[in-house]
Design a protein around this ligand. Structure first.
Ligand SMILES: Cc1cc2nc3c(=O)[nH]c(=O)nc-3n(C[C@H](O)[C@H](O)[C@H](O)COP(=O)(O)OP(=O)(O)OC[C@H]3O[C@@H](n4cnc5c(N)ncnc54)[C@H](O)[C@@H]3O)c2cc1C
Length: 461
């Protein structure tokens, strides 16, 4: 009997713009036994396989993927390969955690270059361009706090090369958006085409001898074995790389909260419009509001732009967000408010994707040598580069290598599980509601929201 093909298009512009989108490879029986079973063929699973095989070419590594390579967040994100990760800014602000935070920051900055190096060495054409990031002060009152933040980073030893303040004139020359009172610029970010990266990486690991079993959901993790819809596989090591979909495995429920982020892409825009808008180095951009927005200029001259966060009761997951979802209309409206120049130009794609959020809101990498169980993730929407670092750490942990990476603060920093419903839903809704209220009031009144800010910060710790 042949297994029916799952619906494998993830709805994104990125999948649509691939040269070819091959259906999942679900032919052939599963192996009875492997050395390492990785669950999930997104960036985390693939980077882990890549470094594991590089360190140990003889290992029999197999990846089991429910749908198709890159179906999850890795094939549908904003394409910011960024030199920072969730939680690091908070660590820098706390004297006791500062040294660990600085180590992580330095490792993340190196990671942006590492991704570029691997893409070059392995011929992965993912439109990698290290043009940096602009965090624009779209509200005038925020300039003082943003300048103070840059000064605080310099006090910690970071340089103007790492982070610098751009005056309104300098910032507008780089990005002509409706309100631009200055910006923080960091060079530590590359814009990429995420689906080209994830699928290119899959081709590379296949070439190294890693088997990827697509269309093969893992139903449960057992003692040195996994149960899949296509049979059981015994294995020495099981590595979970399932991020926003982790609840699909019953024993892993409430480890990561699945939160949606929404994106739109415009049609390709003419050069004359880009001469007005800027982003000549394909800098990625955002504006530091609580309900994060993020954008990039794609290699084919579109805006790919995202924002918002959404949670469904009971951690319900939707494989694909319908293009008519009202949240997508709000993201498009935010883009058009920032860039009135887009009047008359169409949005061609609308989609959403799942991020994984742990209870302590920062990534972790774990591996237990006794049970052979490991996991990496919890990037909270900032995993494009972080998954490379996490994959390198996990590969070192599994290989028994003590390296500077295995001393980083993410190692075995696993969060406790999320609260059961309805508490989880109430918390997620409160964050969404208060964050949006605070952003709206700040944009409208041009002054900091005094009440909502601290409350929002309190809820996300
Ligand atoms: C819309 C959006 C925009 C984003 N923008 C950015 C950005 O610009 N920069 C940034 O740094 N981060 C961004 N992120 C986050 C980033 O994309 C993720 O952190 C990263 O891709 C996570 O990679 P992953 O491999 O851990 O998870 P995923 O890519 O989600 O992969 C998990 C895989 O596991 C598979 N799977 C799940 N359960 C099972 C199972 N039981 N059996 C078998 N397979 C299973 C899934 O099908 C999936 O393919 C964004 C996320 C979203 C959703």
């Amino acid at each position: 009997m042949t297994t029916p093909l799952p619906d494998y298009h993830n709805g994104s512009f990125w999948f649509d713009s691939l040269d070819d989108l091959t259906p999942p490879e679900i032919s052939g029986p599963l192996p009875d036994q492997v050395d390492v079973a990785i669950i999930g063929a997104g960036f985390t699973g693939l980077w882990t396989a890549y470094y594991l095989k590089r360190n140990n070419p003889q290992l029999h590594v197999a990846i089991f993927e429910a749908v198709v390579v890159g179906f999850g967040a890795s094939g549908r994100n904003g394409g910011w390969c960024m030199g920072i990760a969730e939680g690091i800014t908070g660590m820098l602000a706390q004297p006791k955690l500062r040294a660990s935070g600085l180590e992580l920051l330095s490792a993340m900055q190196d990671t942006v270059d590492e991704v570029g190096r691997v893409c070059q060495a392995e011929n992965i054409d993912c439109h990698y361009q290290k043009g940096g990031t602009l965090t624009v002060a779209t509200r005038e009152f925020s300039t003082a706090a943003m300048q103070a933040y840059v000064a605080s980073l310099h006090q910690l030893g970071l340089t103007e090369e790492d982070y610098r303040w751009l005056s309104a004139t300098e910032s507008q020359a780089r990005l002509n958006c409706a309100t631009n009172h200055g910006a923080i610029y960091t060079s530590h970010c590359a814009a990429i085409h995420p689906a080209r990266l994830v699928r290119g990486l899959a081709d590379v690991v296949r070439g190294m001898g890693v088997a990827i079993y697509e269309g093969t959901p893992v139903l449960e993790i057992g003692d040195r074995c996994i149960d899949t819809t296509r049979g059981k596989v015994t294995t020495d090591v099981i590595l979970r790389a399932t991020e926003g979909y982790t609840d699909s495995i019953p024993s892993q429920k409430r480890q990561l909260m699945p939160l949606y982020s929404m994106m739109v892409a415009t049609e390709p825009l003419p050069e004359s419009l880009w001469e007005d808008i800027g982003l000549n180095q394909r800098e990625t951009f955002g504006d530091g509001r609580r309900v994060v927005i993020y954008g990039q200029r794609t290699a084919d001259n579109r805006f790919a732009f995202g924002g918002r966060a959404g949670y469904y009761f009971g951690s319900k997951r939707k494989a694909v967000i319908p293009p008519g979802d009202p949240a997508l209309g709000q993201v498009e409206q935010t883009l058009r408010t920032l860039f009135p120049q887009l009047d008359g130009y169409a949005v061609s794609h609308r989609w959403g994707g799942l991020m994984g959020v742990p209870r302590h809101w920062r990534p972790s990498v774990s591996y237990d040598t006794q049970t052979g169980l490991g996991a990496a993730g919890g990037y909270t929407g900032e995993g494009v580069a972080a998954s490379n670092l996490a994959g390198r750490i996990l590969a070192d942990l599994v290989s028994g290598v003590n390296s500077p990476l295995t001393d980083l603060a993410w190692v075995n920093d696993t969060a406790r599980r999320w609260e059961p419903e309805p508490l989880r839903w109430l918390g997620a809704r409160a964050i969404e509601f208060f964050g949006e209220r605070a952003d709206r009031s700040e944009i409208h009144n041009n002054r900091p929201s005094r009440f909502w800010g601290p409350l929002f910060d309190g809820l996300t710790r």
